[in-house]
Write a protein that binds this ligand. Sequence first.
Ligand code: TNX
Length: 477
Amino acid sequence: MTLAVVPAPAEMRTDAAAAPFTAAPGSTIEDVVSFRVVPGGPPESYRLRVDGTGIEITAADEAGLFYAVQTLEQLQTFHGDSWSIPAVEIADAPRFGYRGLMLDVARHFFDVDTVKAVIDRAASLKLNRLHLHLSDDQAWRIALAARPLLAERASASAVGGDPGGCYTKADYAEIVRHAAERHMTVVPEIDMPGHTHAVGLAHPELVEDPVVSDAVQDAAARFGGGLPTAGEPYTGFAVGFSSLRVGDEATYDFVADVFGELAAMTPGPYLHFGGDESLATSDDDFAVFVARVSQLIADLGKTPIAWHEAGAAPRLDDTTIGQYWGFTTPTAGMDEKARAFVAGGSQLILSPADAVYLDMKPEAGFPLGLEWADGPTSVRRAYEWEPADLIDGVGENAILGVEAALWTETVRTLHDIDTLAFPRLAAAAEAAWSPATGASALRTWESFRTRVGRLGPLWARRGIRFHRSSEIDWSAA
Ligand code: TNX
């Protein structure tokens, strides 16, 4: 019998003949479970035993207890005001310590309640990092006391002329708190030196004029939004036309203000400085810039993270973690840039765009999403890749973890988020948490599609508007 646990646990034994545990009417998981923290096991690990007499959890830490409860909630079947859980023994621990979801709140703004709902969804799949993409060409989304003009002048816009918005410091603290309660660490990103058109709405002296390339014109023709104009909000989909003034000291004062304040607001160890698609910055300028910003972040006592392009810079701070967004079969030297982080003694976060970019259409003709990452991304394609086989020379120990990314050019509501993220986020969570592909009978596409299909009722109960993909059998649900 395959039980509906997603991501797949390291070990799971079931006995279909054994009696399930049946809860007394009206009781909750917390009422009936015996919880124990036994330090010493791997971080976030837990053991779970369910039989006719009761439910026992032992965990290495509080996170492990939390994950055991997530597993139990996936196994509950409700009968009136009672519920039962089949007899099972699970011994579980994550493969990777960094298991992330990135939400782009710059292209479209999502209020605090929506971000909290996203945290709840991610945490239930045992993800432990929420990466917030807080700035882009279209807008700046975090109020900072050191640079108040950013919130005042650069946060009102969004893709398509939709309403913008900005998190106050209290909002951000509330997001951090809600995440921490669910064992998630917030990873804030301020993207630079490209993706900075909005900075120019507040600080025109810090940005170069937009570079309107053929690709930018092409994006305007395909998706609308017009061409970027200095000093005016940009509401289209194009990338790669903006740059901070890399040769100007005022730029580094700005960067120091922004990351200094963000470091103080962020209890987690990471600050992400972007570095992707800086097509309007020369290679030499880019290398100087990312090296200096990475060192500035390290000097703040934080670990810098950058998209893989920054790997090309020779003097990058060697604690910088790279985030790979190339394809599962690397193209155009992207693997080379990713390997540079590992050569420098650091590690990579894997976000292969043709597998875990949740903003890709799940099937042709889907109303939401983009298609640039090798066409639509089926659930199967989101599932069938193996982290340690992605990039030559980047094995298990060089991988910090896996992160799914939801860019939001076409995404406006929690409903949209759900429809693109589910069920594919579950596939990404399995790549991040579960043993290597093929390592157990559970770690196969056939097992995954069965397990995920049986989560339909739980997701529906929680109000998750998942896409009823035809690749999955939802009927057992
Ligand atoms: C690429 S991949 C981007 C984003 C877009 C996304 C759309 C990467 C680091 N940057 O700027 O929003 O594609 O899928």
